[in-house]
Every structure is written in C-alpha cells, then in structure tokens.
Design a protein around this ligand. Structure first.
Ligand code: FAE
Length: 531
C-alpha cells in the first residue's frame, strides 16, 4: 500500500509530466547558474535513497536524470509499450530494438525498426560485452524484473568484507525491503494460474534433478497481478510488459523512494538533464556541466550548476564514466587510481532448454520471475538461476534461465579521450568461467530429462549468452576507490552511492543490496558530514 507521502509525491510527478515539464519540485534549483547544497546524479536505487534521506534531513537537493519522466500516457493511452509490439518508447536512441533474445527458430522475428527517441531501455555495446540499463526517472526500476533478493550472508562477507553483517541484515535490508514494498507471490496462485506454468515446469525438472528451488520476492504487487488474472484490473505483467516498462503493478522508484523524496518539499527532480563534466571551484564547490535535451536529442539548454555535496548515482557505468573523465581530463586529478577497476557482470549467463512435446510451457506467461534454482552451496560451481519467462504468444516448449554465477573475472574501464567516453575492457574469454558453471548445472537437468539446449535464440548457434548482462556492478569499489561509506578518496563531500560500489559479483539480483547499502552509507554520511 502506498503511503500518503508517496501518493503526494507521485501526483506531483504525474502533474509535471501532464504539463510537459521536465522539472518536478522547486524549479529554481535547476535554473542555469543555480547553487544547491546537494546534487544527486541519476535517479536509480542508490540515487533515490540519497534524495529521500537528504530531503528528510532538510537538505535542499537537486536530482539530475538524463532519461525522461515516464508518467504521462502516449497517444495510445499507455505510458510504456510492451515487448511484442515495441515502438520508439522502447529503447534509448536506437534505430532498431536490441532485445536479449534476438531470434526464434533463427528467424529475425523479435526486433523491430524504431525511430530514435529517449526510450526507457538502453543497451550499451562494448566489444565483448553489452550492458542493459534503464533510462528515466526511476533508472533500472522502470525496466527490471523487480526480483528483490537478499544476498547470502556468507557471500556478502566475501564480496564486501568491511560491512557490519548484523547491521545490514537486522536493519538495512529490512528497511530497503519495506521502502521498496517487496512482497511474495501467494503459493496457491502460483500453483494454479496458467501464467506460471513455465515456472512450474522448470522448477519440477530442477527438483527432479536434485536441485533446490526457492520462491523469490519481488517489487511487483502480486495482489494486483491476481486481479489481472481475474480480469478485474488492466493487464501489465500478464500482458508482456516489463523490459520496456510496466504500465501497472510494478512498484518502481517513482512510486516509492522518489515519490517520498518529492513529498519532503526539499527535492527537485530534473529529467532529460545529463551531467557531462564535474569540476571543483576555488571555494570547494562542485561545478557540473549539464545538458538539458529534448525528445529529438536537441540541446535545449547547457547549464552550469554548483553544489556543496555531490552524490553519484548514475549506475555502475554512468558513475564510473563521470569519475574517470574527471580524473583523466585533470578536472579531479586526485581521484583514486582504482576508479574504473573491479567491474563484473554479476556472472550473468542466459540459456534455454527445449522441453519434450508433453511438457508445454504455456501460451500465457507472466513477465515477472518468481522462482530460482539455488545451487550456491555447490563448491564446484556456485549458481543461482532465475526461472525466466518467454512470453512469445505461441507455445515454444522453452525453459529460459538467467543464471547468476560466481565468475571471479573482473574487467576495468579506460578513458578514450578522442571519443570522450569510458571503454570497458572485458574479453569473451572472461565470460567463460560463468558459462562453464551454468553449463554444469543445466547439463544435470538435461541429463535427467533427456532434453537439450536451444541454439536458435541468440542470433547465432550458441546455447549460452554471456556477452550481455543486466547486472553491471563495480567501477568505484567500496573501500578501494572510496572510504567505508562511499566517500571518494582524494576529495571531500563527493560520494558514490550506487551499483558502482559493489565489486563485480553479488550472487543474487542486486537491487535490494544497492538500496540497503545506500541506506547504510547515507545514514553515516548525514550524521558526520551534514552536522
Ligand atoms: P540505475 O538504476 O542504473 O540508475 C542510474 C540512472 O542514472 C539511470 O536512470 C541513468 O539514466 C542515469 N544516468 C546515467 N548517467 C547519467 C548522467 N551522466 N547524467 C544524468 N543521469 C545519468 O543505477 N536487479 C534486480 O535486483 N532484480 C531484477 O529482477 C532485475 N532485473 C533486471 C532486468 C533488466 C532488463 C535490467 C536492465 C536490469 C535488471 N536488474 C535487476 C538490475 C537493476 O535494475 C540494477 O542493478 C539497478 O537498477 C542499478 O541501480 P543503480 O542505483 O546503480
């Protein structure tokens, strides 16, 4: 249930979008030349936590987001398009959609030509790795599956040994889950609805092969989903909506943290505002070069905005690029030499199996995964694999999986001065440990059931796709490029607050951890740096 302050903040977002405004909240904060006490770059999980906690503490805060405000229906009455009929709203300035599954039976039937537009999903293509990210007020929360998994305590201690585990598990994870409105599917609905047949089939096969399956909580409102199934609410997850946005049901950040932040009265959100450079002036203020752009990507206004405290929440790629550029151009030369290092795709590997004719996976499929195979206790190959839907509108007999593997490889970013961008150094070989781990798990299932992989889904003849990821992590690692709370080494009042802090691997989907870590860090920062 939304709280009063969330309803208040969300209606401010909706009203601004309806009026065609890019800025929500006190407008002067985003005027060219303005000085504000705090600026937050980006509006994903880490950024949204920062905005709320700063606003609650009475700190005037400006949130700068390069993507759109997605709170106003288009000509078809919908804010977002679905995955089977993508239009320009689907992707960020592409001429053709770039979906993760690009073919079916080797046929080019998935992707569509689209007009370039600030659509909600971006795919950033490096040489041997592509990264999907959300663009818009709410960041990745607008496009993700909402799976809200708390990491294993032992693995979190391996990845980020400096964290106080008791505090994380007793205080910050429960706080993040409550604010994000995490809930769990009713097992009876799961067991009986045709929309989760795909998941029941895959779970039963995993269990028969001796593997453990677990329900996975989510930020999608499962009461709403039950009403979709009953025909009493407009369909969203049950109408092939997720990667290009959900029109209903999903508790994305614009309905939770960002709405609450706006309701404090101290927070301004400026959409289509991209930060391109960060400098420091003689008084120790951060000076930001910001481009306000329109739907055709035309420059509406170039701005200079200054602040005392600067929070980077532009995501693993966005935060790392801004910091690398600042260090390498000499704007912030004292940034740590480890900025750019410690990056990983959370061991993401996608694969699919072909089921026997007597085991259909269903015409109707919910887009929200609710179950995973948990084989993380297997010392030979630690894998947590979500049972993913493939809602094609036809029977495919496919079981699809996104496996999170314990791939120890790490990539790093370098600054390409000519292109003025950060380039990811990650080779195809570095994906191989993840593929080997995933293969060992799914080979077990195939052996048990006499089934095989599908080779027709990734545009070529591969059974495993590890050349794209949904979970970019690292680039500005906690305790390496920063102190124990995300303060950047070398500078004061400069913070990283997002997935860039987590060094490449987490063992589960990362949104709850990013949120909980930001809550932890902000509490310490507000107590010490804003006293
Ligand atoms: P993020 O949410 O990426 O937000 C960064 C924001 O900063 C974006 O809105 C950018 O547009 C904006 N930005 C970047 N550069 C600039 C700039 N220079 N100036 C202004 N704004 C800028 O950051 N995770 C889960 O836990 N469960 C899932 O089920 C799940 N499914 C996923 C499915 C898909 C298709 C994708 C793409 C991701 C999924 N994820 C999932 C990952 C999750 O969404 C991601 O880890 C978080 O969104 C990262 O949060 P951050 O706060 O780091």
């Amino acid at each position: 249930m939304a709280t009063r302050r969330q309803l208040l903040g969300y209606s401010a977002l909706t009203a601004a979008a309806a009026a065609g405004l890019a800025t929500v909240g006190p407008r002067a904060a985003a005027a060219n030349g303005a000085h504000v006490p705090a600026i937050v770059i980006g509006s994903g999980y880490g950024a949204a936590v920062s905005a709320l906690r700063l606003g609650e503490t009475g700190v005037q805060t400006l949130v700068l987001e390069m993507g759109r405000l997605w709170n106003e229906p288009g000509g078809d009455g919908k804010v977002f398009c679905n995955m089977t009929s993508p239009d320009e709203r689907s992707m960020w300035f592409k001429r053709r959609t770039e979906a993760p599954l690009s073919t079916l039976l080797w046929l080019d039937v998935v992707n569509r030509d689209i007009d370039p537009y600030p659509g909600v999903l971006d795919r950033i293509n490096y040489a041997d790795m592509s990264v999907y990210v959300g663009r818009g007020v709410g960041g990745g929360s607008l496009v993700n599956g909402g799976m809200a998994v708390v990491p294993r305590r032992d693995y979190l201690a391996e990845v980020l040994p400096g964290l106080d585990a008791d505090l994380m598990y007793d205080r910050y994870f429960p706080l993040a889950q409550a604010e994000l409105q995490v809930n769990t599917i009713d097992p009876e609905f799961y067991r009986t609805t045709p929309y989760y047949r795909f998941s029941r089939v895959a779970a039963a096969q995993a269990e028969a092969a001796g593997l453990k399956t677990v329900f996975v909580p989510d930020v999608y409102d499962f009461d709403y989903m039950e009403r979709e199934a009953a025909g009493t609410a407009e369909k969203s997850a049950l109408d092939v909506e997720v990667m290009y946005g959900n029109n209903h049901g999903k508790m994305s950040l614009d309905k939770t943290y960002l709405a609450s932040a706006l309701a404090t009265g101290n927070v301004t959100i400026a959409a289509r505002h991209q930060v391109t450079a960060i400098e420091l002036d003689a008084d120790g203020n951060y000076v930001l070069t910001v481009e306000h752009r329109g739907d055709a990507n035309e420059l509406i206004e170039s701005k200079r905005l200054t602040c005392r405290h600067l929070f980077l929440g532009a995501g693993s790629l966005g935060t790392t690029e801004l910091l690398l550029r600042a260090r390498e151009t000499g704007a912030l030369p004292d940034l740590d030499e480890s900025v750019g290092a410690g990056w990983g795709p959370n061991g993401n590997v996608m694969t699919a199996r072909a089921n026997h004719a007597w085991n259909p996976t269903g015409l109707k499929q919910s887009t929200i995964p609710v179950m995973g195979i948990d084989d993380w206790d297997n010392p030979a190959a630690r894998v947590f694999a979500e049972l993913a839907p493939l809602p094609a509108g036809i029977e495919t007999w496919i079981s699809l999986y996104l496996a999170i593997t314990d791939n120890p490889e790490r990539g790093h970013f370098t600054y390409d001065a000519d292109a003025d961008r950060a380039v990811l150094n990650w080779s195809g070989e570095q994906s191989e440990p993840g593929v080997a781990a995933a293969k060992s798990l799914f080979d077990r299932i195939n052996r048990k059931h006499g089934t095989s992989y599908r080779y027709d889904l990734f545009g070529d003849h591969r059974a495993f796709a590890a050349d794209f990821c949904y979970h970019p992590l690292g680039g500005c690692v906690l305790g390496e490029a920063t102190d124990a709370y995300g303060r950047l080494n070398g500078y004061e009042r400069l913070y990283a607050t997002d997935s860039s802090l987590i060094p490449g691997s987490l063992g589960v989907n990362p949104l709850v951890t990013i949120t909980a870590l930001a809550e932890r860090n902000l509490e310490a920062i507000l107590a010490a740096d804003f006293a």
